[in-house]
Design a protein around this ligand. Structure first.
Ligand code: ZN
Length: 282
């Protein structure tokens, strides 16, 4: 099985509702949608000796040690949801999936960290007693755009998503809002990555968002929107990255704390239009 993670540039927002754990699924037209929501990644090694042995055999490691080995992060975000998955499967082949691990693989941990007053304090709080953490991207900025599986791939297009179609009053057949990871930046803001889906009889819409707010300093929102209209030969995919200096924007508090409001006020720093052409036969 071939899979391709799509990475790019960006960041996003918070106050994600904590929906109960569980699985849900629905079939609508040629699509099968499924979602899982589960526990947070443990913060300590679960090996009986509390220390997994270094090994190349990923399966023998506990989940936390496996994540550290794969990602090589000095520290994980406060909350990682390793079993939260949103999956969209096409009847003629191909699947799109959203997972925390793939989102975190798109974090460039060696990127120079944002230099703000709280950065040092944040890193010290996590460095433990005898270990010094090298500077790293403590805001966990990801440009993840979803994982394409079984031959699906992005190609460029000039076609934009018609947002007016989403304003039509239609019954919602399937809805999920799934958190992939989140960090409170040592009480200096929030960094979160989450994905939402809304499925109607005539179309579906996905919003994958990385949201960053460093209080009184800056905000970044990286959005990937996917849109499919029934009987269309493709899915439209739009990536937008927004970035703004909160000190100079002087926005009211209710805007700063609401990612949707904030997204309207932040300047766009990059944007791209793509499509995923769907297979016509198995
Ligand atoms: Zn372990």
């Amino acid at each position: 099985m071939e899979s391709a993670r799509m990475c790019a540039v960006g960041s996003g927002a918070v106050d994600i509702p904590r929906l109960p754990a569980g699985d849900s699924a629905a079939s609508v037209g040629p699509w099968r949608f499924s979602a899982s929501r589960s526990r947070i990644l443990a913060s300590a090694c679960s090996h009986p000796d509390q220390h997994c042995q270094p090994t190349d055999d990923y399966d023998s490691l506990c989940q936390l040690c496996r994540y550290y080995k794969i990602l090589q992060f000095p520290h994980m975000p406060d909350m990682v949801f390793p079993d939260n998955i949103l999956s969209l499967e096409y009847s003629k082949g191909g699947r799109i999936q959203f997972t925390a691990l793939d989102a975190m693989k798109c974090i460039d941990i060696t990127r120079l960290p944002i230099q703000v007053a709280c950065a040092e304090e944040w890193q010290e709080s996590r460095s433990g007693t005898d270990q010094k953490i090298k500077p790293f991207d403590w805001t966990f900025i990801t440009d993840y755009k979803g994982t394409l599986i079984d031959g699906l791939e992005l190609t460029s297009t000039l076609e934009k998503i018609n947002m007016e179609l989403l304003k039509k009053r239609e019954k919602i057949l399937f809805y999920e809002d799934i958190s992939l990871y989140e960090d409170e930046l040592h009480d200096h803001g929030v960094a979160s990555c989450s994905v939402k889906i809304r499925v109607m009889p005539s179309c579906w819409f996905v919003l994958l968002r990385y949201f960053l707010r460093v209080d009184d300093v800056l905000s970044q929102i990286n959005d990937t929107r996917m849109f499919y209209e029934l009987d269309s030969p493709h899915i439209l995919v739009e990536h937008t990255s927004r970035n703004g200096d909160l000190a100079s924007l002087k926005l009211p508090p209710h805007v700063v704390t609401d990612p949707n409001e904030l997204a309207q006020r932040l300047p766009i720093t990059s944007q791209s239009l793509n499509k995923i052409v769907l297979p016509t036969s198995r």
